[in-house]
Design a protein around this ligand. Structure first.
Ligand code: ZN
Length: 270
């Protein structure tokens, strides 16, 4: 069977520890109509699959969440033919039942960022993308089955609150987010997801819980974690996410996703 060179092209935003897994590694320096991505993109093969990695914060973690050029990042991945994006990110827990070390594969989000460029369509072309299912359901299921194989504690659904940062939430803000029923909180998930939606790229969030958010400290004995404890959880999460992503890459087979492309079709306004 003939296969396009972009067959099953997968993108991973984050995870600089993955480069060693790639064969025939190629560094790609791209400019986009929206400026430069966070860093060079690293393209290579893992088995049959073509994979592109992009460090969200740039190598050396130089870009804070509010300074990331999300549009350039997504545009660059699309340009290289990426059809699916796995987006792991470290988060805090807003729910006392979601312990550090858990992965949450979110199915919705609450955007609390401000001033971030969050659409490719500033006119004259106008789009209104549906956000009913912002995270690709098919890709979410692939991630969930990989998490089960790896044996990492996983929550199959949840809502992530994305704050602007770089500061963390106050106790009052954190209580408010928990009272809304949100599961986890981070600073980078938006507008990444909305931009992927606009481009018809399947996108799955994998929230890696490192600690409890401010509102849960001292509640039910959930004291704030020390830096040493957080680092230990962070490292364990990294080990697990590597295995999960490798499993998704090796088993992901679908070429196009009708659901995510349909969203783009329905978003056309003029
Ligand atoms: Zn999809």
């Amino acid at each position: 069977m003939w296969r396009s060179p972009y067959y099953n092209m997968l993108g991973v935003i984050g995870g600089s520890g993955f480069y060693e897994l790639l064969e025939k590694l190629e560094e790609i320096d791209l400019n986009t109509p929206f400026g430069r991505p966070s860093d060079k993109l690293m393209k290579g093969k893992i088995g049959d699959a073509q994979v592109v990695f992009l460090p969200r914060h740039g190598r050396g973690h130089k870009l804070p969440p509010h300074m990331i050029n999300y549009r350039a990042n997504l545009w660059a991945l699309k340009k290289l033919g990426v059809k699916k994006i796995l987006a792991p990110s470290a988060v805090g827990s807003l729910d006392k039942n979601i312990a550090p070390g858990t992965f949450v594969v979110c199915d919705s989000y609450i955007d609390r960022t401000k001033g971030r460029a969050d659409t490719f369509f500033d006119g004259p072309e106008v789009r209104h993308i549906s956000s009913v299912s912002p995270y690709c359901e098919a890709l979410r299921q692939e991630v969930l089955s990989a998490c089960a194989k790896v044996g990492v504690p996983t929550i199959a659904k949840g809502t992530i609150v994305i704050i602007n940062g770089p500061r963390f939430s106050t106790v009052a803000e954190s209580h408010w987010f928990s009272s809304l029923g949100a599961s986890v909180i981070g600073m980078t998930g938006y507008p990444e997801v909305a931009l992927a939606n606009e481009l018809g790229i399947c996108y799955a969030n994998i929230s890696l819980v490192t600690d409890y958010d401010a509102g849960l400290h001292n509640e039910g004995g959930l004291a704030a974690s020390s830096a040493v404890e957080i680092l230990a959880v962070f490292k364990k999460n990294l080990e697990n996410i590597k295995k999960v992503i490798l499993d998704v890459i090796q088993n992901s087979r679908a070429m196009e996703c009708a659901e995510c492309l349909k969203k783009v079709e329905l978003s056309k306004f003029n």
